[in-house]
Design a protein around this ligand. Structure first.
Ligand code: MN
Length: 500
């Protein structure tokens, strides 16, 4: 349901050389394939077949129309017959939507006994798709290439990944990020070029004084707070001292007031993500912890200490993963646990960890917080699920953005009776020492956007569409090869900039 307002266009390349009957057959096959793909149940976004294109004029007209259709989040191209690729040049120059080249074939197996030259003239994707691929490469046009029979579930899964990413890309193109306060003073890694971020990624970053939020907060009614607190009581285990009559009940109500005000403010501004800063809380009762946790679970991007890049990336990754079961969160590398092969990094934050990654029902608690000089904040306390996930960040290297992705393995965490925050415990791949060293060499942040449901493939598709650098740290990473990749990328992106 999350993607029901989107569609992906399917365009079949052909030409008129083989006569009108061939084009009619191509059209029939394409219709059947699109119907089959839509009925597979494996694709999150509906495919709309836009017919065969048999000339430069038809290609250009179709791809321009894709640009202008807001529902269309991307184009799948497939060459049923040989489609001379010069006729694609002008259309591809125009196309601004994500492109997927599906190297498939109508028939699954060769009909050895009956195959004749008419069959060959009709079923030419084996070489037609190479002709098309050549011009896309020659034009340096980003795209995903998926190879496989259209009924094959592995090929469909790759298309599904790209669809989710294309939808998140569309979502990012009008993403407004609201920052209350600036970056935490002196912090480098979370900062970056906001103009370039809008040009390159679509992210629009705005600033609002916390006083504007305080004004909205003043309008929140007691009845609204009553309703939200009773929602908390249903959704979470509530600590005894946080229940009505308990010494922290008032703090829970103040947290609810902040949540209502924040949601109202963001919705009024059309914002999909936000950041806070614990140094900029004048007029606010407590650092919003519970509010940030719950808003993240609803899909609002969040970054702490003014970290708008992580806020935006969280929103993007949440958007990709809608409907998938295991969840995502903003996290921070908190502290290290050296323990041989089980060496791991505790992931947490002062308060703001998304309950979508919880392995059990979160507990609502109030405790003092040494930082920020405000009242004791409410927060949800839990430990995360176990299993594989990806941690990602975008850093600004001065001349470009770099997306860094680390596959991680979440392991069983231990209780933290004196540190009542939500947390995860993970081993970076391929192992703690290599993974952490590679992350540091790549210039990665201490803040990440983390997901159990996504894989590096999603982020690869995202980087391809955005045209930004991506480095992956996974089970195959070695430090010498990784350093070589970083050095070579340095040259590649310098040259690439010069070519642009
Ligand atoms: Mn932080």
């Amino acid at each position: 349901m999350a993607f029901e307002n989107f569609e992906v266009w399917f365009v079949t390349g052909a030409q008129l050389l083989y006569g009108g009957d061939a084009v009619i057959a191509v059209d029939g096959h394409s219709n059947e394939m699109v119907k089959g793909l839509n009925e597979s149940g494996n694709l999150p976004v509906k495919i709309v077949y836009k017919g065969t294109v048999n000339s430069a004029e038809e290609v250009t007209r179709t791809l321009k129309a894709a640009n202008n259709e807001p529902r269309c989040i991307g184009v799948i191209a497939w060459m049923h017959t040989f489609s001379p690729a010069k006729m694609w040049i002008h259309g591809l120059q125009e196309l601004r939507k994500p492109l997927l080249h599906f190297h498939t074939q109508y028939n699954k197996e060769i009909p050895w006994e009956t195959m004749d030259m008419d069959f060959m003239n009709l079923n030419q994707s084996a070489h037609g798709d190479r002709e098309f691929g050549h011009i896309v490469t020659r034009m340096r046009k980003p795209r995903k290439v998926v190879v496989g029979h259209w009924q094959d579930t592995e090929a469909q899964a790759k298309i599904a990944v790209w669809m989710r990413v294309a939808a998140a890309w569309a979502d990012a193109q009008d993403m407004r990020i609201v920052r209350f306060g600036d970056q935490m003073n002196n912090v480098a890694v979370t900062d970056g070029d906001k103009v370039e971020a809008e040009l390159r990624l679509g992210y629009h970053v705005d600033y609002y004084p916390i006083a504007d939020l305080v004004a909205v907060q003043r309008e929140v009614t007691d009845a609204e707070i009553d309703a939200l607190v009773s929602e908390y009581e249903k959704a979470y285990d509530v600590a005894d001292d946080c229940k009505a009559g308990g010494k922290f009940y008032g703090q829970v109500r103040n947290a609810a007031r902040e949540e209502i005000a924040l949601r109202r403010f963001l919705d009024a501004k059309g914002a999909k993500a936000f950041t806070t800063n614990f140094d900029d809380l004048a007029g606010v009762d407590q650092l919003p912890g519970l509010a940030c946790q719950r808003l993240m679970a609803e899909g609002y991007g969040f970054g702490a200490e003014g970290d708008w890049k992580t806020a935006a990336l969280y929103r993007t990754m949440w958007f990709m993963g809608q409907g998938l079961p295991r969840g995502c969160s903003f996290l921070e590398d908190y502290t290290l646990n050296f323990d041989g092969k089980k060496s791991a990094i505790l992931q947490a934050h002062m308060l703001e960890v998304c309950p979508l990654i919880a392995e059990h029902k979160p507990k609502l608690e109030v405790h003092p917080l040494g930082i920020g000089g405000k009242n004791d904040p409410a927060r949800l306390v839990f430990t995360s699920k176990q299993g594989a996930g990806v941690a990602a960040t975008i850093v600004d290297l001065g001349n470009r953005f770099r997306l860094i992705v680390n596959e991680v393995e979440c392991i069983k965490s231990k209780k933290l009776p004196k540190l009542p925050v939500a947390s995860a415990l993970w081993i970076p791949q391929p192992d703690f020492a290599t993974g952490a060293a590679a992350w540091i060499l790549a210039g990665g942040t201490h803040h990440t956007s983390f997901s159990y449901d996504l894989t590096a493939e999603y982020l690869e598709d995202f980087a391809e569409i955005a045209g930004i650098e991506m480095v992956v740290i996974d089970k195959n990473t070695t430090i010498p090869e990784f350093k070589k990749e970083l050095r070579m990328n340095e040259v590649y992106y310098l040259l690439n900039k010069a070519l642009c």
